[in-house]
Design a protein around this ligand. Structure first.
Ligand SMILES: NC(=O)c1ccc[n+]([C@@H]2O[C@H](COP(=O)([O-])OP(=O)(O)OC[C@H]3O[C@@H](n4cnc5c(N)ncnc54)[C@H](OP(=O)(O)O)[C@@H]3O)[C@@H](O)[C@H]2O)c1
Length: 259
């Protein structure tokens, strides 16, 4: 197979959860640029329209789906509709997640804690499980779980631990599913991004210039990551290039976690 063939996602079917904004929107667009057809998911159908337009711009098919990943019935329906429309699923980018609550642990209510764990861990599990059933029957598939450097280290600027615990669990979930599903030729890979120039991050850094300076000081490559770099990596991991990668967490943080 040529390098171009290895990298191509021509006519693959991909689901991207949390595709209405931020990284998920960029992932869906990049997968479409690489040739995939897309099912894009969030809780608000109207907010998926920009991403749908970007996919259509690449002359790829797009299905917009309203689903809350914490709701088992809605995740099942997401998979049912995707298979109904496209006939199978080759790629899941398990991207939807909720923000950190940023409260000290002693002030974190069970409700706050459970909300983060329910979305970031249980939601990711439900999506992987339901898509995994389809991939097992196909004997083929790639699942890319969005973890974070907060799954490898404790993020010093955010309190409470729920987000760090949730992303550590995504790393562990990736290993567990990789072991279980290797026999079905399903690869499960996690991404652990560091600090990226997403809109909320940029606003946060603008409001806290001293934190921005400290963060950049801690990054050996001395800059934030770009969304384009991360989206390109997702397309590579979704391609045949990653056939011998499973259970790994790929850290892309400019070296932040090296210290
Ligand atoms: N941004 C970074 O620098 C960074 C760094 C490391 C890791 N990450 C990880 O990368 C992923 C994307 O981050 P982001 O910054 O792009 O996030 P974001 O801007 O907050 O977007 C989150 C997306 O998930 C959707 N979503 C949230 N809860 C959902 C639910 N229960 N069911 C379905 N969809 C839901 C949101 O849409 P609705 O609200 O419409 O549902 C939205 O599309 C996350 O897993 C995050 O933890 C991000």
């Amino acid at each position: 197979m040529s390098l171009a063939e290895l990298l191509s996602l021509r006519d693959r079917i991909a689901i991207v959860t949390g595709a209405s904004r931020g990284l998920g929107k960029a992932f869906a667009t990049a997968l479409a640029e690489a040739g995939a057809h897309l099912a894009i998911v969030s809780r608000h159908l109207d907010e998926l329209q920009d991403t749908a337009a970007a996919v259509k711009n690449c002359k790829r098919d797009v299905l917009t789906l309203q689903a809350d990943i914490t709701r088992e019935d809605q995740v099942r329906e997401m998979v049912r509709q995707t298979v109904g429309r496209f006939g199978g699923i080759d790629i899941l980018v398990n991207n939807a997640a909720t923000e950190r609550q940023n409260l000290p642990p002693e002030q974190t209510t069970l409700e706050n804690w459970s909300f983060v764990i329910d979305t970031n861990v249980n939601g990711a599990f439900l999506c992987a499980r339901e898509v995994g059933k389809v991939m097992i029957s196909q004997k083929r598939g790639k699942i890319i779980n969005m973890a974070s450097i907060s799954g490898m280290i404790i993020n010093k600027y955010f309190h409470g631990g729920s987000y760090d615990v949730s992303k550590s669990a995504v790393v562990a979930l990736t290993k567990a599913l990789a072991v279980e599903w290797a026999k079905y030729n399903v690869n499960v890979i996690a991404l652990a991004p560091g600090y990226y120039g997403t809109t909320p991050n940029k606003k946060w850094f603008e409001a806290n210039p001293e934190i921005y300076k400290q963060v950049i000081d801690m990054i050996p490559l001395k800059r934030l990551g770009t969304i384009e770099e991360l989206a390109a990596l997702v397309t590579v991991l979704a391609s045949e290039v990653s056939n011998y990668i499973t259970g790994s967490t790929v850290v892309i943080d400019g070296g932040y976690t090296l210290w």
